[in-house]
Write a protein that binds this ligand. Structure first.
Ligand code: GAP
Length: 451
């Protein structure tokens, strides 16, 4: 097949082709997600992001940062430490409340979450179970060379507390006025009892959280809560998740976190069912009140207009990087038939695609590989791009479709005469000729942002 001829495909399937198994296999095969510590037999439910997964993850965080920080005047960014003063977790209530109820089987010694066991007997062997005990989910370690109770520190179970600890620093150094937000993305750790479903629930994961501070007033709180629920829902849709795969689920009173006055989850339809993707919570002034009390520091805000000091209330959209990646991967996954051959295609939004363009010399001779390398170097100054000269051009397109590369650039005999290339679109498979010099502007325009 020549690079000039448009490929033909059957219409994209209307039913979801994806299963967790297919996705996990694709991720491993193409270097998106690897089982972690694989050469030592793995370490339960931990995953490493491979070369393409690392790019995807950067893009997900970048897309979030752009929407939440860069393109707004009312939100600033932060990057706080993972290890915080242990009093943080006393004040935040995590030492006391961040627990799951656990039961042990008296026969087989297996441990289960009490609220996941039905019928009061061991789900494994039917044995008798112990009374439920509360198990704290925070990872403990020691700071410094002495391993005693005075040196215990915790790996943060949410990024949010670093924001509250820096509330006074931010209002003292930045010209922020209510309402305003502080956002950060980074690792969090939870000693989950039942991790699983690939990267959905792990013990080490990344969060993208924003604390939005508003006047302590129920009407103001309600207005901004609704605003952020809508913003966050739209963010997923604007980056390629189908609306019908998302739904809002307000929490029942008895499932609210200890700090929450009301929470709505954005849920996604995973192959294993509906599950949380992001939670938007009304945290009131709980955290600032607690830290003010435990630290003895003034964590109030001075309202110039009202000439009053108070601790603001908080609306918190809290998303997971890994779950967001999972949702984007699942929603992008598609299978169709091109020229009588099945293909897997990840229909990523170009902003999220790990590789933006792949460059192919049609022939491995006649100066085409050298020209293709030149074009590659030119594109790499703008975004991640790949080079492939192995196998038929159809195969090469297919390899890139499978990892979601939105654009293919083919160098052929005509390129050598007039410095034009064909640009192939992953989804429409349309091919159009462009001058090489026009490619960076054309592609960055189609991608939607520079990195
Ligand atoms: N600061 C509020 C907070 O941490 P959360 O609902 O516990 O709220 C927010 O967590 C998001 O973090 C979740 O919606 C989910 O996307 C992600 N997340 C939480 N626990 C996770 C885990 N064990 N593995 C992967 N992602 C997790």
């Amino acid at each position: 097949m020549s690079a000039h001829k448009a490929e033909e495909s059957s219409p994209a399937s209307t039913q979801r082709a994806v299963t967790m198994e297919k996705l996990v296999n694709l991720c491993k095969r193409r270097g998106i997600v690897f089982p972690a510590s694989d050469i030592y037999g793995g370490l339960g439910s931990t995953w490493d992001y491979g070369p393409l997964g690392a790019e995807l993850k950067r893009n997900v965080k970048e897309a979030w940062w752009r929407a939440m920080v860069t393109t707004r005047s009312d939100v600033v960014g932060l990057d706080s430490a993972i290890l915080q003063h242990p009093r943080t977790w006393e004040a935040s209530g995590h030492l006391q409340n961040f627990t799951d109820p656990l039961v042990d089987c008296k026969s087989c010694q297996q441990r289960f979450r009490a609220d996941h066991v039905e019928g009061g007997r061991c789900p494994q062997c039917g044995g008798e179970l112990t009374e439920a005990r509360n198990f704290n989910l925070m990872f403990k370690t020691f700071m410094g060379p002495v391993e005693d109770s005075a040196s215990i520190v915790y790996l943060r179970p949410e990024t949010a507390q670093g924001i509250f600890l820096n509330f006074a620093n931010v209002i003292d150094t930045q010209r922020v006025k209510l309402p305003f937000g502080i956002a950060q993305a980074g690792k969090s750790f939870r000693n989950e009892i039942t991790p699983g479903n690939f990267i959905f629930r792990t013990r080490e994961f990344e969060q993208m959280e924003m604390e939005f501070f508003v006047k302590p007033d129920p009407a103001e709180e309600a207005r901004w809560f609704d605003y952020w629920v809508e913003q966050r829902l739209n963010w997923y849709v604007n980056h390629g998740v189908r609306r019908e795969h998302l739904k809002l689920r307000p929490h029942e009173k008895d499932e609210l976190s200890h700090y929450s006055r009301g929470t709505t989850d954005i849920e996604y339809l995973y192959p294993f069912g509906w599950g949380e993707l992001e939670g938007i919570a009304k945290r009131g002034s709980f955290d600032l009140d607690q830290h003010a009390q435990y630290s003895g520091k003034d964590l109030t805000y001075f309202d110039e207009e009202a000439k009053a000091r108070y601790r603001p209330w908080v609306i918190e959209p809290a998303a997971g990087v890994d779950r967001t990646m999972l949702a984007f991967l699942l929603d992008a996954y598609d299978e169709d038939v091109v020229e009588h051959e099945e293909r897997i295609v990840l229909r990523f939004d170009p902003r999220l695609a790990p590789i933006k363009a792949a460059v192919f010399p049609l022939l491995r001779k006649a100066g085409q590989p050298e020209k293709a390398q030149e074009v590659l170097r030119m594109l790499q100054r703008h975004f991640p791009a790949a080079y492939d000269q192995a196998g038929s051009i159809g195969r090469r397109y297919r390899r890139q479709d499978e990892v979601g590369t939105p654009f293919g650039v083919t160098i052929d005999h005509q390129t050598m005469e007039d410095d034009t290339v064909t640009l192939r679109d992953r989804d429409s498979m349309e091919q159009v000729r462009f001058k090489i010099a026009a490619l960076p502007a054309e592609l960055t325009g189609r991608i939607g942002w520079h990195r």
